[in-house]
Design a protein around this ligand. Structure first.
Ligand SMILES: C[S@@+](CC[C@H](N)C(=O)[O-])C[C@H]1O[C@@H](n2cnc3c(N)ncnc32)[C@H](O)[C@@H]1O
Length: 274
């Protein structure tokens, strides 16, 4: 059969309901009715390519796949991985100018940071560069864990090769210092790549880390979640932080009435109460 010739019908209300409920249940992403066309356009390519006659058949294929690979692929298709180096750069400055000196004063010898929802890696690598550019922490043990639910985004992140537009926040001096130009792309040098450990992790699962991070970046991830899911994820982030540890969220996000156990520091910056 020529799969390319298959005519894909429109997604019905009930198919949309089933698929969006599955996505919500498995990764917390709420697709409102206005996202119906988006879901259809992202999935129709798979249906066409693989000769799957309807969204109902596709749904059944996902839920009956015991390996979980179909679900991961579905999640890859619907997540939005937009990011760039030094996005919301004030957070990196706050890390360098406030958190690191404060920790040094308290006698710290190391720092453990989690980039939760790291997408294609620009965020954790920006953290790594910030640490390398902070002379006061040169001899510290520096560990950065970076996680995302999207396997495709993580593959890209591990490669560490970026088109120029993602580097718009990187000053020319740092480009020379930390990247190798390969045609029209930029490859991160190994000394930066080695500082970051990437792992697939769904923020809806209970994190295996307790009280171990000094800082967590969870920026522009919870915007896709509804209030109960945000509350649940914030509870996990709180547990994963050390008492007094910092949480950065995206600039458009707020923990107002959600973040029990967090103290407000300034917009988009919070601390775990001690
Ligand atoms: C817009 S990107 C944010 C990237 C980066 N933190 C930033 O602020 O630039 C959102 C990321 O959240 C991830 N994400 C969405 N739901 C998730 C979940 N349940 N668990 C882990 N990551 C999730 C997506 O795969 C996507 O890569």
């Amino acid at each position: 059969m020529n799969a390319g010739a298959i005519a894909i019908p429109e997604i019905s209300e009930s198919e949309f309901r089933k698929l969006s409920a599955l996505i919500y249940e498995r990764c917390g992403i709420k697709l409102g009715p206005e996202k119906k066309a988006l879901l259809q356009s992202r999935l129709s390519k798979v249906l066409r390519k693989e000769g799957i006659p309807s969204y109902e058949d596709y749904y059944r294929r996902v839920i009956s796949d015991r390996s979980g690979r179909e679900l991961i692929r579905l999640i890859d298709l619907i997540t939005t991985n937009f990011t760039h180096f030094f996005r919301e750069h004030q957070h990196f400055r706050y890390l360098r100018e406030h958190i690191l000196p404060e920790m040094r004063e308290l006698g710290a010898k190391g720092i453990y940071i989690w980039s939760a929802g790291c997408a294609t890696g620009e965020e954790p690598y920006s953290i790594a560069i910030t640490l390398l550019e902070s002379p006061g922490v040169m001899d510290w043990r520096k560990e950065i864990l970076a996680s995302d639910v999207s396997t495709q985004a993580l593959e890209f992140a591990r490669e560490g090769v970026y088109p120029e537009e993602r580097l718009k926040g990187v000053p020319p001096e740092w480009r020379r210092k930390y990247f190798l130009k390969e045609g029209d792309r930029y490859r991160l040098k190994d000394r930066v790549r080695r500082m970051v450990e990437f792992r697939r992790f769904n923020l809806l699962s209970p994190p295996p880390w307790r009280g171990c991070f000094d800082v967590i970046f969870c920026r522009n991830v919870m915007i896709y979640f509804d209030q109960p899911t945000k509350r649940r994820v914030l509870g996990s982030l709180l547990q994963a932080l050390k008492p007094g540890g910092y949480l950065f969220v995206g600039h458009a996000e707020s923990l107002l009435r959600l973040g029990d156990g967090f103290r407000y520091v300034k917009p988009s910056i919070y601390r775990r109460e001690t």
